[in-house]
Design a protein around this ligand. Sequence first.
Ligand code: PHE
Length: 461
Amino acid sequence: MHSNESKTLSDVPQREQWGSRVAFILAAAGSAVGLGNIWRFPYVVGTNGGAAFVIIYLVVIFLIGYPMMITEMSLGQKTHKNAIGAFKDLAPGTPWWITGALGVLAGFVILSFYSVVAGWALAYFFKTLGGSLGVGTDFVGTFVGHITNPGVTVMWHGIFMIITLGVIAAGVVKGIERTVKFLMPALFILLLALVVRSMTLPGAGAGIAFYLTPNFKELTPQSILGAVGQAFFTLSLGMGCMITYGSYLGDKEEISDNAAWVVGLDTAVALLAGFAIFPAVFALGFDPGSGAGLAFITLPGVFAAMPGGTIFGAAFFLLLAVAALTSAISLLEVVVAWVVDEKGWNRKKASIIIGVLIFIVGIPATISMNEVNFQMFGMPFFDVLDIFQESILLPLGGLLTAIYAGHIYTAKRLREDVARNKSKIQLGEWFDGLIKYLVPLGIAVVMVMGWVDIIKNYMAK
Ligand code: PHE
């Protein structure tokens, strides 16, 4: 008779570990590099005064992003647990697990609308390749037509979710690691090709000047808010994602250099995305400040007018889809790791069930922009999900993680954990100051400012 009690240690499936240091860096960088870098960063820069915003963003990445990255990776490595399990392990019998629960919820919420945009990118890849976006196309009309066609958007959202859940069902090494080892180099090549194309167009200089000349007059308090929000989103912080990925690190792997690699790669890709986009936008006489439509309305126009535009346009949307996929798998992994670790679900079953649930929640987001106009609080459901993650889930998750790590677990102990393995970057007392005071204070101020803003906008309606 085999009762549960008679299970020996060897019956318990071993928790997976990354095959190599490079695999971990690519997976974490794959999570970080996503729509946030290639779709969102350039348009936020475009609407916030170009280089002036970039400077603030870099300061935030350095002072808030990097210490948070180290903290999350280290807590994951220490506990070898998912976002919720890590806090349960570290602070048993306390409500700190709620921090992880916010993260799991964030994974669910973000992926449900992230996949919708990723679906647009896939569809635009085929549209561009098929030559249906030539000169003279009504690009606004095409985009609006696309996102308000529920049959088509739900289909692409579904296709993207199936690919995502397929990768996660295959496991950490056979799924995530294999995928990122192939896709991340491809992503860098595509991006570099686009940068070269864009910067060599006649008239590219104006775009480069816009991108590199700071215009501080266009900066508003909202820009700073935007920089912090963008930093958290782009680095996949504040939601247990890096805790989860860190949990698959062996105890001998170092943290501070790896975290610097991930932050550095993510920042490099965001900055390069600007060099791929602005020179081309200016060279062909388009407006850089067109907001969220930059990638799907302005750029198709730019590509249509550019020599070799079909190939470069297709390359751009492929880049967007690839970047989205390596992030989407990390979002799904946060949720799946939780049910696998804590609820004992089998990974395949968990990936399918959760993937399908996220697909379903995403449907009202896909159809919130058309005649059906699925609204909540007077906004499209898509925006509700985005605002929920940006102004509540990520900042609150980040704030609680920083307070827990800095003051309860203590920054000093965290630093000792990190120092167990040799690394080039040594954490000094500066790290304690950042994680204990600057990071939580910065997040709290921005979060409250964000709430005030939302309430004001809501009242004004
Ligand atoms: N970092 C991803 C991007 O920039 C999004 C993401 C957020 C992924 C949170 C995982 C966790 O697109």
